[in-house]
Design a protein around this ligand. Structure first.
Ligand code: MF3
Ligand code: CO
Ligand code: CO
Length: 274
């Protein structure tokens, strides 16, 4: 996900949201499907004792073997092929040599660049048997993603997506992270618009056919506040409460929404045990 203010920092907040033509849908389907296939292939690999570096190496090799490039690698100084965020890590967790432990919950976020187009998706995984509250958080977060996706159609506004996510998350006594957001993408990794995961109905840009963006809510069991660790990347909940996230890449179509990153193996729904 992108920082909420990243488009300001890059001086490209000029309100221009790309409208892609019909010819852009096929390459985005290809990139989205390969990204989802990588997430599918990770499912049997996630278990207690496995290091997140081993999972990251798998993603690097998967990309190489499929003529794709992991877009996070060397992106603004980031040095890994994925972000892997465990337990109270909200996002941008850096793979390392620590083995997963029984009961860990983790988000694996993969962005593959395929023929010049980006697919960006993440899911939650579990190592062994997570606690019931961890399972509940994962289920609430997946439902947040589905409700955000369901709000996408021509004539709706960006704020409708955040409204759908926020009202559901808060009805489940969970909180929505405000510091990071979804983003436009296509040939670029992070483009306009910012997709906030909390908001008001009718706020923000009007959605039009041909817009491509991610929806990637980060939901916490405790408070919404996050801090970034001294490595400059790892974002954690300030109160150390558990955090979860799911991400899809979607398009606004003439009639509604197309999800580019649906699992080819039917593995979109969150797992409860591994
Ligand atoms: N894949 C993340 C997203 O959903 C971005 C990660 S950028 C990195 O936008 F540099 F942290 F890898
Ligand atoms: Co993203
Ligand atoms: Co991502």
């Amino acid at each position: 996900m992108t920082y909420v203010d990243s488009s300001v920092l890059q001086g490209r907040r000029n309100g221009h949201i790309k409208l892609h033509g019909p010819e852009a849908f096929a390459p985005m389907r290809k990139a989205g499907q390969l990204t989802a296939q990588a997430l599918d292939a990770l499912v049997p690999l996630v278990k207690p004792g496995v290091t997140t570096n081993a999972l990251d190496n798998f993603i690097f090799e998967f990309a190489r073997d499929h003529n794709a490039y992991p877009a996070t690698l060397n992106y603004r100084g980031y040095r890994k092929s994925s972000c892997i965020s465990i337990n109270h890590v909200v996002c941008h967790g850096i793979p390392d040599d620590k083995p997963l432990r029984d009961g860990d919950i983790l988000n694996i976020d993969v962005t593959l660049l395929v023929d010049g187009w980006h697919g960006d998706a993440s899911r939650m995984y579990v190592a062994g048997a997570p606690s019931r509250r961890a399972q509940r958080l994962i289920e609430v977060t997946y439902e947040c993603l589905l409700r955000g996706v369901a709000a996408v159609k021509p004539g709706a506004h960006v704020g409708d997506i955040g409204y759908a996510i926020q009202t559901y998350a808060e009805s489940e006594r969970c909180s929505v992270v405000r510091d990071f957001c979804g983003h436009g993408l296509g040939r670029l990794f992070h483009d306009e618009p910012n997709i906030l995961h909390a908001g008001k109905r009718g706020d923000g840009a009007l959605l039009k056919p041909g817009m491509f963006f991610t929806i990637e809510p980060m939901i916490n069991l405790g408070g919404a506040a996050v801090k970034v660790l001294s490595d400059g990347w790892t974002a954690v909940t300030r109160d150390r409460s558990l955090s979860a996230q799911f991400e899809h890449t979607v398009a606004v179509t003439e009639t509604g929404v197309e999800v580019f990153t649906l699992s080819p193996g039917g593995l979109d729904r969150p797992p409860l045990f591994s």
